[in-house]
Design a protein around this ligand. Sequence first.
Ligand code: MAN
Length: 550
Amino acid sequence: MVSWLLLLLSLPLSLAASGSRDKLLGVDPALIKKYTPSKSKTWACLDGSKDIPWTSVNDDYCDCLDGSDEPGTSACVNSQFYCQNKGHIGSFIPSSRVNDGLCEPECCDGSDERPGVCPNRCKEIGEVYRLEREAIEKIQRTGAKIRASYIAFAHKEKSRLEDQVKNLDQQIQSKEKELERLQDVAERTESLSQAAIEYKKESPLYKQMLTHNIALKSLQREYKKHVAREQSLGNILDALRTGYNPNYQDMAVLEAVRGWEELAGLPHINDVKKGDSDDVDDDSSSDVPDKEEPEPVDDGLWTADQVEHQIDNVINTDYTALLLEHEEHINANVEDSILFDLPAYLPDSFIPAYESARDAFIGVLQKLKLVRTEDTVSATGVSEAQRAQQALTDARNALIRLSAKKSEVEKDIAEVFSPEAFGVQGQWKQLDNHCIDYNAGDYTYELCLFKEAKQKPNNGGQTFSLGRFDSWNTAEGVEAGTPTFYSKQYYKHGTRCWNGPERSVVVLLTCGTENTVTSVQELEKCEYQFTATTPALCLPLDGNGSREEL
Ligand code: MAN
């Protein structure tokens, strides 16, 4: 009797309990608190549109416009069903797939179908999943440690680069000072060499040469005057010769004409007139002077023709250049003096001893300033000025190189912690130009991160560039610095494919304990896809990493 009473008392409770379980079937855990009846056993649709009897919740009839009264049935369209999947991970399915006789893979607890239809496989699935996840997490933990070391490297690298900039700054400063000094030296050497030239021009030889030049010019001018004068006189005498009247028997005129004819090598005018009858004026061929034989000249002297045509070359000589050539010649001659020719008269075995004694002797003479050293010669000459100019140019070029190097290092510094380059934490910096090989049978692919990808044939042939690093993931909506951004790299503008595009690569990156290329595929002709793992993508796990698990 007592037991019956207890049974009766407990019945509504257990019914109520099982009823409340049904009412909560498929409810999103975040909304579970909202699924409680009011005191009057009514319930308000979640959109607040109406109150319905609590018994109408999950009664397989859709009452609320938002479908919130049927979380555990397929009565309302566009509703979501939540499988608890106890022992594994809860998940949502569209409510249309509830009670359709099919066991949804997302609901390992079988709660999407009536009891008894689908087995609860959450324990075994959860176990496999946990093992897999543990393995992944282990990789991630190990990878994250390596990643941390990459970050530490980036910090060190940045300080190293900053020190390099400081060092370059110092070098630039001292180079600038050196440049100033060399500029000064070059200017002074330039004026010194000018002064040296002026000094050389004081040489009696040079001055005498200038005098000779003036004398030559004067003689040339006089010569030209005389030639012109002779020409005029010849014309006058020619007129007299052809125009005088022989009938006057003027002996003075006749003698003058004869004298002229002899000097000019002309035939006597009377003979010409007789021989040629009346056309004497038109045909002057018989009245030309005989071609003058070149006058013989003494050895080494110039002919009249040379005087006429070559004297200008001599007059226009560059005497300053000649002076410097002369100086060089004289200095060179020192080497050829009899003193330095001595070895020619010595037996071979004596020559080394002779040469060292000679060098020592010359050294002493140079120290005593009795013989000029090459430097002193050039210290007053043009070559010293050229040397100073060269030193100046070299220093200028070195300064340009240092400044360029500084800009390059400054750019590297800016990139270390840039999200667009090596990551906000600098986690990629250590992998700059890190090369990974992947043997694919016919080819070995080489991926030098942030630099270039290559395809090298294993059995001989041409290596192709598959492209140089271009960018991270540029897909729309992907923000720089996010894991998705760093999950893809593009290498572009490789060797052009025959009848096709330039070779290019997309590298898909995932977290791994090593930097490895795991696959290479040529998806389209000359468009390659690499998959690769890297610790740089292994983010540290928050807590134990199993928050989703129920
Ligand atoms: C080479 C390789 C191949 C590519 C062809 C295209 O053989 O680079 O990957 O498909 O050229 O001609």
